[in-house]
Design a protein around this ligand. Structure first.
Ligand SMILES: Cc1cc2nc3c(=O)[nH]c(=O)nc-3n(C[C@H](O)[C@H](O)[C@H](O)COP(=O)(O)OP(=O)(O)OC[C@H]3O[C@@H](n4cnc5c(N)ncnc54)[C@H](O)[C@@H]3O)c2cc1C
Length: 311
């Protein structure tokens, strides 16, 4: 019953986040904007790249590698896709100029996949060219986009050696996708998966999913294939540590990666223990949606948000 209530609450929050009227009301109400932004600050790099770079610099000094994403998912016009592409190019330039220990993450739909695969490929190529040897990691999106994302990755990776990809362990189809992705050189970032899927296409949270997640990590480490263990799940991190201690990969071959502001203490402990660790920063004006999603996936964050607002 309690679990059901929480999931209804989470779903309501996700819907509210997507509701344009609610979003516009908040973004146009200076008091609400200021108050909610205080809660979002814990999770975002900032509203723009400049703010984000100052946080990345601090975390680099703390010995965390960082990943930077300009947030946004569906871009509906060529103009918007081009503007997003220019922003990712700016990230690449700033990483080089400021010599940040950082990589780039992006949703292909943000740079044109929702419009056309050709446009997306063109924009992704521009970003990879500017990024040179900076790693560019493609995110995993809803299951309706998985084929197009993998297709674009495989095509682009033939030309660019700096690409890597995210795979969602919760999808049943990932078992086959994994074989295809292993055939490419790029790092594979394993996540559990964040999107709703049609019935019977994904494994719910629980032991079966945790075992599958760890099995992917095991295979990647055994094959000495670059991987990212992207999770906040303490049990998985502890089990992955055992695998790392067993296979003894070099630091470039694996990383523990967490979203900035979520279970950072765990990542800090891993770092202190000598494991390779990375913080994932997102920034942009869409922070309201991002905040709602962080609360929806872990409702206790609501109390953290209240406390951030009051303090
Ligand atoms: C670096 C990175 C990149 C990602 N990229 C993608 C992507 O491209 N596509 C995609 O679908 N998903 C992506 N995700 C999200 C991912 O799929 C999961 O939804 C998210 O990581 C939560 O799952 P979990 O593995 O942390 O474990 P869960 O089983 O969801 O949670 C396990 C435990 O982790 C802690 N935890 C989890 N979430 C929170 C939170 N919000 N606040 C506080 N504690 C929390 C809690 O202790 C919880 O009990 C990414 C995640 C990371 C870390």
């Amino acid at each position: 019953m309690e679990h059901h209530l929480l999931s209804v609450g989470s779903e309501a929050l996700r819907k509210a986040a997507m509701n344009d009227d609610a979003k516009n009301y908040i973004l146009n109400n200076p008091t609400l904007f200021r108050v909610l932004k205080k809660a979002a600050d814990r999770y975002i790099g900032g509203e723009n790249l400049v703010e984000t770079i100052s946080k990345v610099l601090i975390q680099n000094e703390n010995d965390f590698k960082c990943s930077i994403e300009y947030m946004g998912e569906n871009t509906d016009t060529v103009q918007e896709a081009s503007e997003a592409t220019q922003e990712f190019i700016r990230i690449a330039k700033e990483i080089k100029n400021k010599k940040l220990d950082a990589t780039i993450s992006l949703d292909l739909s943000h740079v044109g996949l929702a419009i056309s695969k050709d446009l997306c490929f063109e924009n992704l190529s521009k970003i990879c060219e500017e990024a040179e040897d900076i790693e560019v990691t493609i995110s995993a999106e809803g299951i309706d986009r998985t084929d197009d994302v993998i297709h674009t990755y495989k095509k682009a990776t033939k030309q660019f050696g700096n690409l890597s990809i995210t795979m969602q362990a919760y999808l049943y189809r990932s078992k086959d996708d994994f074989k295809e992705l292993l055939a490419e050189k790029g790092r594979i970032r394993i996540v559990k998966g964040a999107f709703e899927t049609p019935k019977n296409q994904s494994i719910p949270r629980g032991k079966e999913l945790d075992d599958i997640y760890l099995d992917y990590v095991d295979q990647l480490l055994a094959k000495n294939h670059q991987c990212s263990i992207a999770t906040h799940h303490d049990v998985i991190q502890q089990e992955a540590k055992k695998l790392i201690d067993h296979y003894k990969p070099t630091h470039e071959m694996y990383e523990f990666e967490s979203l900035y502001g979520i279970q950072t203490e765990q990542l800090t402990t891993l770092k202190k223990e000598g494991y390779n660790t990375k913080l994932y920063f997102v920034y942009g004006e869409e922070w309201y949606l991002y905040l709602c999603n962080r609360i929806a996936e872990y409702p206790l964050n609501l109390f953290r948000a209240l406390s951030d607002i009051v303090n």
